[in-house]
Design a protein around this ligand. Structure first.
Ligand SMILES: N[C@@H](CCC[C@H](N)C(=O)O)C(=O)O
Length: 324
């Protein structure tokens, strides 16, 4: 059993992006390094606050001398999954984190004025921008097919058994968005609804660091400008997240879903994709200059802070003890 390290009476905020929800804990000086058990206690939906993940707001400079991130990004997003495991990146979380930093006054008010500024993550520096409608756009930085050129050629590098379906493993594509993803196309929305994501999909070969699995059904592409090249693609997605289970949305997963579907659609596929998730809608924009196997993309979606609170004294200690 790990001894609790958090002072009790700790404040937190609760927020979500397309119903992917987070507990945000301010720790500017980097004095609290929660154990996996403590994170799990906080994220428990019955005995804790309840969330898909915990975000610790830490000044990059407090991470230690020589951390190169501090010069570029004042704040580091320390992201933990609900089971206490670390992740490199969270696309919904970084938007909610940006909204939280702005609301707390941790960044100047001008950071909400449509300009780009930077947040540090384990997956590298991510630039964020608040749009006029209050949504946030994240420059997600580099993505790549985990299987490189060969995966681009075969359009698949893994097999996924989806619980609740016919038991036949489906071809899938692995992508790296800073964190790992495996995208599987299903035949239609009936299959998507029938998948049982209370159980983890079985991925072969087994990814060395685990993976988030996206089930997708491409819908249609729309030619808005009438030049016969589709301008917007649309895909519907459910996700099983590493370290959590099924969630109602995943921002990095939406990017992976859009990028895989775009590759499968072939030459002339749109660069802008609407991704419908159970918790809402996200937009993924593939930037020019990439190839079929690597590039950069943007993610746009909402970020909402819904509550502020104080963790009651003794909760972590009691939770960690009862979990043990
Ligand atoms: N929901 C997030 C991804 C969170 C991390 C993921 N579960 C992992 O372990 O990589 C998103 O919006 O991207």
């Amino acid at each position: 059993m790990t001894a609790p390290t958090a002072p009790t009476g700790r404040t937190f905020a609760k927020g979500h992006g397309t119903a992917n929800d987070f507990v945000l804990v301010p720790d500017p000086a980097g004095q609290w390094d929660p154990s996996p058990e403590e994170v799990a206690v906080i994220c428990d939906r019955r005995t804790g606050i309840g969330a898909d993940g915990l975000i610790r707001a830490v000044r990059s400079a407090s991470l230690g001398a020589g951390v190169p991130l501090a010069a570029e990004a004042e704040w580091f997003m320390d992201y933990r999954n609900a089971d206490g495991s670390l992740s490199e990146m969270c696309g919904n979380g970084v938007r909610v984190y940006a909204e939280y930093l702005l609301r707390e006054g941790f960044v100047p008010a001008e950071a909400g004025d449509g300009r780009w500024w930077s947040v540090a993550t384990r997956g590298g520096i991510k630039r964020v921008r608040r749009e006029a409608d209050g949504q946030w756009t994240v420059h997600m930085g580099p993505w790549r097919l985990s299987g490189g050129a060969e995966a681009a050629r075969t359009a698949s590098d893994a097999l996924v058994g989806v619980p609740g379906l016919d038991g036949v493993p489906r071809p899938a594509l692995s992508l790296d968005l800073g964190n790992p993803h495996t995208v599987v196309a299903l035949a239609g929305t009936d299959e998507l609804a029938a998948a049982d994501l209370t159980r983890a999909p079985v991925v072969e070969p087994v990814p060395p660091y685990g993976t988030n699995v996206e089930l997708v059904v491409p819908l249609h592409s729309v030619d808005v400008t009438g030049d016969s090249r589709p301008d917007i693609g649309e895909v519907v997605m459910r996700v099983h997240e590493r370290g959590v289970g099924e969630t109602r949305s995943c921002g990095t997963g939406a990017c992976a879903a859009a990028l895989a579907t775009r590759l499968w659609a072939g030459a002339g596929a749109p660069d802008v994709w609407r991704v419908d998730v159970p918790g809402g809608q996200l937009t993924v924009t593939v930037e020019p200059g990439g190839s079929v196997e690597a590039g950069t993309c943007l993610l746009t979606g909402p970020a909402v802070i819904v509550a502020d609170g104080v963790l009651a004294a003794g909760v972590l200690e009691a939770g960690v003890l009862s979990a043990g």
